[in-house]
Design a protein around this ligand. Structure first.
Ligand code: AMP
Ligand code: MG
Length: 287
């Protein structure tokens, strides 16, 4: 079974999130058993990132969206920390700054899209402009409702320019969210993560689900698919996402770029000569 096939939302498909089990783990029994598989996928991702950077032809944009405490930060820490920082970056979408708010809603997203050879992770994204904005009435419906088509056009433009786009919705249950908030309250190391808004946003759960279902239906496209990832089990979430990313990069068929110089000539002309000279200096210093 390929998670890339199974968790993808088909273009135009109506997703009923309550029908998708957030505790799904497939044939995998435990974190312990899944761990070596996750590590294999992560190693593939690291190798493919090296090739992506070396060829500097295409790029990858990973979008992470979810309700609070669903594990966006965990995905970034667990799956991307082995990558070469030269060529990878994360952009966190917060409440827009004054400058950001003074522009169109896609401006800040566009500023941070990957250049050729790069991988960029959006921790939240331009989708907040049809999620939090819709749920909190931060813009009129006549404004946010036009954004789905604008987003599809924007992503099509990025894709035509060589950017692969993968969008992940981390799907957790309401009970799991509450359990994670409690952990944040109880564990001093996690205290900093809890905020008032976590609990007030939780009350808007049904509205967020409705907004997410519209996002999934209207913006999953062939060139920028959404994946609904069962995320109650952190290890399964990591397993599925790492597999989908590694398989997608694999498909590009990245190869080390050809060299533009004659290796033999360089070896003869410079390297061997330098070596000879170094030996002479060494000999002279000992004499
Ligand atoms: P966090 O991800 O916990 O750091 O929180 C970032 C906050 O910024 C979340 O509450 C988001 O909903 C909010 N946010 C992100 N983008 C927007 C936006 N375009 N308009 C309003 N709030 C936003
Ligand atoms: Mg938060």
């Amino acid at each position: 079974m390929s998670y890339r096939k199974n968790f993808a939302v088909e273009p135009g498909e109506k997703v009923h999130l309550h029908k998708i089990d957030p505790s799904f783990t497939g044939k995998h029994e435990s974190h312990q058993k899944a761990w070596p598989i996750i590590q294999k996928h992560v190693a593939r991702m690291d190798k493919l990132q090296y090739l992506l950077y070396a060829t500097s032809d295409q790029s990858l944009l990973v979008v992470l969206q979810a309700l609070d405490a669903a594990g966006k930060d965990g995905v970034i820490r667990h799956l991307f920390s082995g990558m070469n920082p030269q060529g990878t970056s994360v952009f966190n979408f917060k409440k827009p700054s004054k400058d950001e708010a003074a522009h169109d809603f896609l401006w800040r997203a566009h500023l941070h899209t990957p250049s050729r050879g790069e991988i960029v992770i959006f921790n939240r994204s331009h989708y907040e402009d049809v999620l939090v904005v819709r749920v909190h009435n931060l813009a009129e419906k006549s404004v946010w409702s036009k954004r789905y088509d604008l987003i599809n056009d924007f992503e099509m433009m990025l894709s035509s320019n060589g950017t692969r786009i993968l969008k992940f919705f981390l799907h957790i249950s309401s009970d799991e969210q509450l359990a994670r908030f409690k952990q944040r309250l109880d564990d001093p190391i996690r205290n900093w993560k809890i905020t008032d808004s976590d609990y007030s946003e939780r009350e808007l759960w049904p509205k967020y689900i409705e907004a997410y279902e519209d996002v999934l239906e209207r913006t999953s496209t062939k060139i920028a698919p959404w994946y609904v990832i069962p995320a109650n089990h952190k290890w399964f979430r990591d397993l599925a996402i790492s597999e989908i990313i590694a398989d997608t990069l694999d498909e590009i068929g990245l190869k080390l770029p050809p060299t533009h110089v004659n290796m033999d000539e360089i070896r003869n002309k410079y390297h061997d000569a330098e070596q000879k000279q170094a030996k002479q200096i060494d000999k002279a210093s000992k004499a």
